[in-house]
Write a protein that binds this ligand. Structure first.
Ligand SMILES: NC(=O)c1ccc[n+]([C@@H]2O[C@H](COP(=O)([O-])OP(=O)(O)OC[C@H]3O[C@@H](n4cnc5c(N)ncnc54)[C@H](O)[C@@H]3O)[C@@H](O)[C@H]2O)c1
Length: 447
């Protein structure tokens, strides 16, 4: 089938590549000419495991092509996927300017039947907006061309995006037109082989389903972080509590890890946008507001522990920081807790020596030559002359460091762990003081 994808970011590039992988003829369009040039030269602008090889293979086969030409893009695909960003506006609502500009481009160039498939995460009612924008533009052009607008939200996770797309938990198709449902079902047949994964519904429910999923996951995280903070006051160990509640199959072990807050391009903005949607309708979404506030507070928890440990005497100190991306296996630093911590440390006069396996280039892009920030090529280099170590992202490379070496290197012999990666007893035995989330502090000094 002929498919056009607008937007070659984390979602668009993965979607286009996976659809080409199963034999479709895919044209990806982006307004970012630099990105398109890079892709045409075989340079993948993002880090996503397995993506580079798959893009190259499909590019070479001719099934996957890249352009910045909107007209060519609209002429190409029966399916016109919208996979552009929907960042938060100043008031927290989703900024739809990129989605609507794609709709405009489609309306301007369309000459025959098209199915506009919205994959971006958009507020309920956006499909209606896209539809009326295209209708108005077609009327202005004086043409009568049939089209449909479908909501097909994406649930892939950065870091395992290809596997998630190739073997999705579910494929949500939101449309009020049964013919379009059938066409999309046909498109998704290769991803629906082992069992039925397609759930079709009306457009508005499909749009809400995406927000509901992200809000639910964010709620689980904030709930655990709230309890972790409480556990610290109570002298309880949240890791034991986590095991204790996870054993209940109604709760389960997924997504109940306490930490230094969630980040990324989705949870923060989607929770805010859903709350904003509710507000616009005159409904106060109490829980969503709390989820957001708990998370914002949680991003400061590590800094508060650091500040307290050093009695506020941070000026002139050097800290190693392991992990910049908002989660492992991605270079995405959007809303990453690492940013809140490193900025607070630098503001307090600390030199931060940061290391990340994949996000160094992204950190450089964001911070340039920011005073107080040193980007290190290895995790060991980040420890040189450091007083303390902070771990913010649970990359596998950080799971089992040489604690004896840490003790030798860290002048203040203290580790602040925002992901509860280590066994407190082990650090204590190595002579390190260990702070993590929701567990008692283990100090090498107190014996
Ligand atoms: N990143 C994720 O893990 C994820 C998962 C599920 C859903 N989503 C949703 O998918 C959407 C895209 O997210 P992303 O992370 O891929 O965004 P991204 O920022 O990585 O990529 C967006 C791309 O769209 C391009 N673009 C902007 N306007 C354009 C236009 N008019 N025509 C063509 N291209 C245009 C940008 O240049 C950019 O390359 C968002 O709504 C997001 O919430 C993201």
């Amino acid at each position: 089938m002929k498919i056009t994808i607008f937007g070659t970011g984390y979602v668009g590039l993965v979607t286009g590549t996976c659809l080409a992988e199963v034999g479709n003829d895919v044209l990806c369009m982006d307004i970012d000419q630099k990105k398109i040039d890079q892709l045409n030269q075989g340079v993948i602008p993002i880090y996503e495991p397995g993506l580079e090889a798959m893009v190259k293979e499909n590019y070479q086969s001719g099934r996957l092509r890249f352009t910045s030409d909107a007209k060519m893009a609209v002429e190409h695909g029966l399916f016109q996927f919208i996979a552009v960003g929907t960042p938060p506006d100043e008031d927290g609502s989703a900024d739809l300017q990129y989605v609507l500009s794609v709709a405009k481009a489609i309306a301007e160039h369309v000459t025959e039947y098209r199915i506009v498939v919205d994959k971006s995460t958009v507020p309920v009612g956006t499909a209606d907006k896209v539809k009326s924008l295209i209708e108005t533009a077609l009327t202005a052009r004086g043409v009568d061309i049939e089209f449909d607008v479908v909501s097909n939200p994406e649930f892939l996770k950065e870091g395992s995006a290809i596997a998630d797309f190739m073997k999705p938990d579910r494929i949500i198709i939101g449309t009020d037109n049964p013919r379009t449902t059938e066409l999309l079902k046909a498109l998704y047949t290769p991803f629906n082989r082992s069992h039925e994964r397609i759930i079709d519904m009306d457009v508005r429910s499909a749009e809400l389903t995406k927000y509901a999923a992200n809000a639910m996951l964010a709620t689980k995280i904030s709930f655990m972080n709230e309890l972790a903070n409480l556990a610290e006051h109570l002298g309880a160990d949240i890791e034991r509590v986590r095991n204790g509640i996870g054993a209940d199959s109604r709760i389960g072990y997924h997504f109940i890890y306490p930490g230094c807050g969630y980040g990324g391009s989705c949870f923060p903005k989607d929770v805010k946008a859903l709350e904003r949607t509710a507000k616009e309708l005159g409904y106060q979404a109490e829980l969503l507001g709390a989820v957001e506030r708990v998370n914002e507070r949680q991003k400061h928890v590590l800094f508060n522990k650091i500040h307290q440990h050093f009695n506020g005497q941070l000026k002139g100190k050097t800290f190693a920081l392991w992990g910049l991306s908002f989660k492992p296996k991605t270079d995405d630093m959007r809303e990453a807790p690492s940013r809140v911590l490193l900025e607070a440390l630098i503001d307090a006069g600390v030199t931060v020596q940061a290391y990340d396996p994949e996000a160094l280039a992204e950190a450089k892009r964001i911070y340039g030559n920011k005073a107080g920030l040193v980007l290190c090529k290895t995790q060991t280099e980040a420890l040189n002359n450091a007083d303390a170590l902070c771990v913010v992202t649970e990359w596998k490379n950080f799971w089992s460091p040489d604690f004896a070496q840490l003790k030798l290197k860290l002048k203040a012999a203290v580790v602040f762990d925002g992901r509860n990666l280590y066994e407190p007893k082990q650090l204590k035995a190595a002579g390190l003081t260990y702070y993590c989330i929701g567990r008692p502090v283990t100090s090498s000094v107190s014996g």
